[in-house]
Structures are given as C-alpha cells and as structure tokens.
Design a binder for this molecule. Structure first.
Ligand code: SF4
Length: 497
C-alpha cells in the first residue's frame, strides 16, 4: 500500500476545495421522466462543488447505464449523450480530486453489476478507514479499478448485500463499518437511497419535483430544477424512495453531530440553505463578528469575490463603514485556464482579479476574504490594492486560521504548507504585507450558522477531530496508478427488489 501526501493544489489560486456534489432523482413506477436531463441541470447547479469530473448513471427499467468523464458538466455531457440515456431514475456526481492526475477512473457514479443485481453509487466526503477496508477486501481477492474510497464503499455495500435481504439494509449495515464523511446516493433497479453519515459532515437534502423525489448536496440544485425543498437528510439517516414513496430509518450509529462549518464559510453556494441555516446569512454573520472582534478605522470595506463578499457586507453593516466594490473578478477564468508555473502565479491572480482604482485610491481599505491557505494570493491582492493607491490595507478573514488537515473531504494542504502553521498572527501579517490582520475566532465560527440545529466540525481550525483520524496519512491515501477498463455500462436486472 502506497501512502502519498497531498500535492500542491492544482489551482494557481490559494483556495481549498470541496471534493464532490451528489444528486439523485426517482419517478414513481409507470411515470416517464428524462431523469438524465434533470440530473444534468442539478449537476450544473452543483458545479462549484467539483470541476474535475462529472457523471450520471441512469436507470432504464432496471438496466443501469453510466456516462462519466473528466471535465465540467458542460464538457462531459451534450444533448446527444443525454438523449441516449433514457430512464426515470438517475444519480449524478461532480468531483474535485485532491491527489493524482485528473482521471476518468476516479469519476463517479460507480456503476457495477454484482451477483444479486446492479447498483450505481455517488459519494461526497472522505472515509477515514478506507485504506484499512481496502486492504481487507484485497486480501480476500478484491480487485480495485480506481484509487478513490467510493469503490471501497461500493465493495462494502455489495458485501453486505450478500448477507441481507435488501439494498437499504446493506447500506444501513455498511454505515456501521465505514467511518468518516459521506453523503451518498445509491441506485438499485427499483430503489433510490440517500444516506448521510452519523456525524452529518456533508450536507444532503430532499426535494420534490412534482411527484418525483430528489436528493441533492445543496438546495441550490433543487431551486435550479424548480423542485420544492422537503427537508434535510438527518445525520445517520437512510432514506429510501420506492415507487414514489419515501421512507426512512436510522443507521443505528449514535454520535454527536459535526457538520462541516466550512460549508457555511466557503464551500456552499450562498443561495443554499443547509440544515436550516442560510449560507449567505451565515457569511454576513461572520462579517458581523469580525467587526466586533477586529474593529479598525477605515473608509471602505471590500470583499474578495465571490465568497468574501457576504462577510464584507456583514462587516460594513455592523461597523457603519461603507461597503464598496474594490476588486473586479474576471468571470471567464476558470479551470479551463492553462495552469501557469509557480513563477507565473502572480500574473494569473492579476488575470482573475483586478483592483478598482476609483474605489480604493487614497483610502483606508478593509479587505475581507473567507480564508487564508498558503497566503500567496492574499499577498498579491494586497499588492494590487497598494498599486491602485490604497493608503492602508487591513485584512479580515471570516474563518479562523487553518492549522490542521481535513480528513473529511476537503483539500487542505499538509500542515507545513499552511501560512498559519507555526506562525503568530503578527508573523502572518508581516508576510502578507497588510497594516493589520484579524481572523474570526473559533467561538464566533461556531455561532454563524443561525438556525442550524447540528453541532459543528471545526477540526481544521481547532485540531479537535470528531472521530479518530489516521496519524500520518492524508486523505485518498491509497492513490495508485491502476490501468482501467471502460465503465460505461453496467447491465443486467437480476436484482428484482
Ligand atoms: S476539518 Fe474543516 S473542512 Fe474538514 S469537515 Fe471539519 S470543518 Fe470542514
């Protein structure tokens, strides 16, 4: 088994990344819908959760057909492909890979045929005991086609399915075996299942599109479809949709909930509502607390587009300092941009963001951003503002400093690469080159998601992991290069459940 430490982020911009977004839809028996087309729309809305690969598996009267590839949703699918995927039940996935090359074999959903039928699974999160489970399966003759933990999950579900009477029972039993973060959608010939890990690390919600149940990582996908929000999937809950009816059970693993607080700070779309709390309002709330914890005299508050803007608005509202647009974002630069070498990163930041001279010249500027990872982008933004004539630049961060890795599905670099690792705030201020620097406190971060009834994980800031994590291994720890065959089809309908 090869353990590999995370590589440098593949983006020239100094951000952490979510790994995935999931979606599922099921029509009642006898009703025909174009499930693949609906999944396509939903995945478009979830694109911010992963831009490296996309896939949809559709169920056409018990036969599962899967199409997936590296690329954005718009690059992986076109009208012709979607039209060639009939079926009234579907699961979909967008992926951001944290290690290794962008590889098609790591794209999801994973569609397989097993001795009792067929199955397609899409997963958001990261299993902390995947390495151990994979080793156990391999010692029993299992052969893996990819390097991602979802395949371990699929193996485990199939293994459990052989011992019990239904696919939902197999999913439920699997939840006592796997540990870590997972929001799942599982499609069998007749059932659509959604499950959320007992800690509730990653979001997952339920909606209704006419009489079709849908599951999605975020409510913004329901809005894009025109679906009505029903409720969130609760931590530890297994939801089963069969013939248009929704039923639910608990997996039986009891623990304190620990939803990822960074979903509210950065990952999720601001128009999403997660576990009862508006993401936009949570960001504004973070800005409010920042203004209380780190006040400073200034002429204008600006936000780093996009996710720094709501916190900047919150800071401005509460402090009484006017909010202004000080940085303009080039909306056409994305993952398609040819990644420059390290020495060209400054130019790529200038391409993405530019300072608005008329808004900052001669002014004392408070610049609000959502997080600092390595600090390289911040330093370049500060230079942009100073070059545009800002008299003072004060930086406020709507999260506590990143000091620890995440094992639950977020691409946070190893400790030594983090600006905050082993440094005081004053040392960080000097490196970034700002007049003052202030981070949101942990206590405030725990209060921003007003209306959320769950507890929070804040381990990347506090080091307090809600579950034991492997000491030296980072996530996707078994990254190997395995030559693969095609996985376009998984047919058969032996499983009649
Ligand atoms: S460690 Fe950080 S990024 Fe990971 S789940 Fe916890 S709060 Fe979210």
């Amino acid at each position: 088994m090869k353990y590999r430490i995370l590589k440098q982020s593949k983006t020239p911009f100094d951000k952490v990344h979510e790994e995935c977004g999931v979606f599922g839809i099921a029509a009642p028996e006898g009703k025909e819908i174009a499930a693949a087309h609906e999944a396509y729309v939903a995945l478009f809305a979830l694109q911010h959760r992963g831009q490296e690969a996309a896939g949809i598996a559709v169920n056409n009267r018990g036969v599962i057909h899967c199409h997936k590839d590296v690329g954005l949703v718009s690059q992986v699918f076109n009208q012709q492909i979607l039209d060639s995927m009939p079926g009234s039940m579907a699961v979909g996935h967008v992926r951001y890979s944290t290690t290794g090359k962008q590889s098609r074999e790591n794209a999801q959903p994973i569609a397989i045929t097993h001795v009792k039928g067929n199955l397609a699974v899409a997963h958001n999160g990261n299993l902390v005991n995947a390495g151990e489970l994979r080793r156990r399966i391999e010692l029993n003759g299992g052969i893996f086609r990819s390097s991602n933990d979802t395949e371990v999950l699929v193996y485990t579900i199939v293994n459990e399915r052989l011992k019990c009477g239904s696919i939902e029972e197999a999913v439920k039993n699997t939840m006592s075996i796997i540990q870590g973060a997972y929001s799942l959608v599982v499609m069998s010939p007749r059932k659509l299942i959604a499950a959320r890990d007992p800690h509730g690390f990653r979001p997952l919600c339920i909606g209704l599109l006419d009489d079709c149940y849908v599951f999605a990582s975020e409510t913004c996908a329901l809005d894009a479809l025109g679906a009505t929000f029903v409720r969130d999937v609760e931590p530890g809950e297994v939801c089963v949709v069969e013939n248009g009816k929704l039923r639910s059970m608990h997996c039986g693993v009891q623990c304190k909930s620990s939803a990822c607080v960074f979903e509210y700070i950065y990952f999720a779309r601001p128009d999403s509502i997660i576990d009862g709390a508006s993401v936009e309002l949570a960001r504004q709330e973070a800005g409010k607390y920042l203004s209380i914890e780190h006040p400073v005299g200034a002429d204008v508050v600006i936000g780093v587009p996009d996710s720094g803007i709501p916190a900047a608005i919150g800071y401005a509202k509460f402090s009484g300092i006017p909010y202004g647009v000080g940085l303009i974002k080039n909306r056409y630069i994305a993952r398609t941009f040819i990644q420059p070498g390290q020495d060209k990163r400054e130019r790529s930041v200038r391409l993405k963001l530019n300072a608005l001279r008329t808004a900052v010249e001669g002014k004392r500027v408070i610049m609000v951003d959502d997080s600092i990872v390595r600090g390289t982008t911040c330093a370049r933004l500060v230079k942009l503002l100073r070059d545009a004539g800002a008299a003072e630049v004060h930086m406020r961060i709507s999260a506590p400093p990143f000091r620890h890795p995440c094992f639950f599905g977020t691409d946070i670099p190893e400790r030594s690469q983090l600006l905050a690792h082993g440094r005081t705030v004053e040392e960080m201020r000097e490196i970034i080159g700002v007049d003052s620097l202030g981070f949101l406190s942990l206590e405030a971060a725990r209060k921003i998601a007003v209306g959320c009834h769950l507890g929070f994980c804040d381990a990347c800031f506090s080091g307090e992991y809600p579950i034991p994590v492997p000491e030296q291994a980072e996530k996707n720890m078994f990254e190997n290069e395995i030559p693969l065959g095609a996985d376009k089809h998984a047919g058969g309908n032996q499983d009649k459940e």
